[in-house]
Design a binder for this molecule. Structure first.
Ligand code: FE2
Length: 233
């Protein structure tokens, strides 16, 4: 998987640069939403994390090490939530791009068609997973045991901690859409899925799993089998 660069040094996690201008996702996501979401919410998770780990042994850990060390531990829930939300948001920004959506690159399209039957079905599964999130959470496209799957997580939970390789994520927290869409969450997801998904990022994340031959070979040999599962957690 492509590493997320957090420009961190021990004990100090830094908000990574947004990969596009704050108005670059308009009209689907407004500059106002992006300014709050990135500049307040994402930045807030990182500030909280730095405060929580200050002066502790956790200062020596990377973000992903912090997530692994704190996952599922009630006494470390605040650290997990901050670390995972920091990671999830960095992954989310890169899951979107201006003038995104549309048709995936050819090799990726073949893989998705092999797994879901069609790109449209994959997109419908993402939308259905988002609709099934109760409260706040995330929707993911992941690679797990050779299969591409759509799943949802609650709150800050991330499939990284379940041994899965994230390929794409969509933010289902209310702060991701409320300024622009209020209660019309489904409209937000339809627009994001159709217009903003960064399929190139999905392909980049998928490619290392298949070594030098890459995803084109994976598509040719159908190493990614069919099988859609909607996991609930
Ligand atoms: Fe968010």
């Amino acid at each position: 998987m492509i590493s997320i660069d957090y420009h961190e040094r021990p004990g100090v996690h830094v908000l990574p640069a947004l990969p596009y201008a704050r108005n670059a996702l308009e009209p689907i996501i407004s500059a106002r939403t992006l300014s709050f979401h990135y500049g307040k919410h994402h930045a807030g998770y990182i500030d909280t994390l730095n405060r929580l780990i200050a002066g502790t042994a956790f200062e020596a850990l990377s973000l992903e090490q912090l997530m692994a060390a704190s996952a599922g531990k009630a006494d470390l829930a605040a650290i997990f939530n901050s670390a995972a939300q920091a990671w999830n948001h960095s992954f989310y920004w890169r899951s979107l791009r201006p003038k995104g959506g549309g048709t995936p690159p050819a090799a990726l399209r073949h893989i998705i068609e092999g797994a879901f039957g069609s790109v449209e079905t994959c997109k419908n599964e993402l939308a259905r997973a988002a609709a099934n999130v109760v409260g706040n959470g995330w929707v993911w496209l992941v690679l797990f045991a050779g299969h591409i799957k759509v799943l949802k997580t609650n709150n800050a939970e991330t499939p990284l901690n379940w041994g899965m390789q994230p390929l794409l994520t969509l933010d289902v927290w209310e702060h991701a859409y409320y300024l622009d869409y209020q209660n019309r969450r489904a409209d937000y997801f339809t627009a994001v899925i159709d217009k903003l998904i960064n399929w190139d990022f999905v392909a980049e994340n998928l490619s290392p799993a298949f070594g030098m031959q890459g995803i084109a070979e994976a598509a040719r040999t159908a190493r990614i089998g069919s099988g859609i599962s909607l996991l609930s957690h």
